[in-house]
Design a protein around this ligand. Structure first.
Ligand SMILES: Cc1cc2nc3c(=O)[nH]c(=O)nc-3n(C[C@H](O)[C@H](O)[C@H](O)COP(=O)(O)O)c2cc1C
Length: 214
């Protein structure tokens, strides 16, 4: 295969994964995902793009059965939380500006970023993060990209997922001792399906797409 054929083959594999991913709500209990596979999934999720490359996501990984059972109650009794192998709570970083200096200083040290550019970037970022709503919007938006990538990566490794917003965030923060810098954006159970997902429909492009202007 030449390079463009390989790219096309990878493209069609990605299409298959996108179509195969569905929100699975019934999981085989007592299935362990090997740490190596889970780490590969998390690495792929973390390869998502982010504003200023601030990587506003953190992954709170829960495998302990008793803890999953307590989180099920926080998620209004949704059974998938107990039965899935792992729950990944995607956290958004409200202080992602604090990542900037360290991140860019490594690039300055490596000679790939001039100090002057670092100073300008850090100044812009600090100014933007004075606004708490901006910080929260950024965390939500960027963590969502990692969450999507995590679900596709899991599917590529043979595991199913369901994105979940149906939980009591304050109770989750208490249960998991989440510090104020972070907030739970989404919860993603990962595991092996015990029953297929419900089929869902999508709106047609004629509804979704606006060409040029409204
Ligand atoms: C932000 C978000 C929150 C969601 N919360 C829940 C949830 O709490 N429980 C649940 O069973 N499904 C939840 N879903 C899954 C949606 O119902 C599902 O993605 C949608 O119906 C489309 O189905 P599909 O994912 O199988 O394509 C959520 C999805 C998203 C993106």
């Amino acid at each position: 295969m030449n390079e463009s054929q390989m790219t096309a083959a990878a493209g069609s594999a990605l299409e298959d994964i996108i179509h195969a991913r569905r929100s699975v709500r019934q999981y085989q209990p007592n299935v362990a995902i090997p740490d190596e596979t889970l780490n590969e999934i998390l690495e792929l999720a973390a390869a998502a793009p982010s504003s200023w490359n601030l990587q506003h996501w953190r992954f709170l990984v829960i495998k302990d059965q008793a803890r999953k059972d307590r989180i099920k109650a926080i998620a209004y009794g949704q059974q998938q939380v107990s039965d899935a192998s792992v729950i990944v709570v995607i956290l958004g970083d409200l202080e992602a500006n604090k990542t900037a200096a360290d991140l860019y200083e490594a690039q300055v040290a490596a000679g790939t970023l001039p100090q002057k550019v670092l100073d300008t970037l850090v100044g812009q970022i600090e100014a933007a993060y004075q606004n708490a709503q901006f910080a929260r919007d950024e965390a939500n938006k960027n963590a969502g990209l990692a969450a999507m990538q995590l679900m596709l990566a899991a599917k590529a490794k043979g595991y199913d997922t369901v994105p979940m917003g149906g939980f009591d965030p304050a109770a989750l923060v208490r249960e998991l001792n989440i510090p104020p810098r972070y907030f739970p954006v989404m919860m993603i159970p990962i595991g092996l399906a015990a029953a297929p997902a419900r089929q869902t429909e999508r709106l047609p492009l004629s509804t979704l797409v606006v060409n040029e202007t409204f």
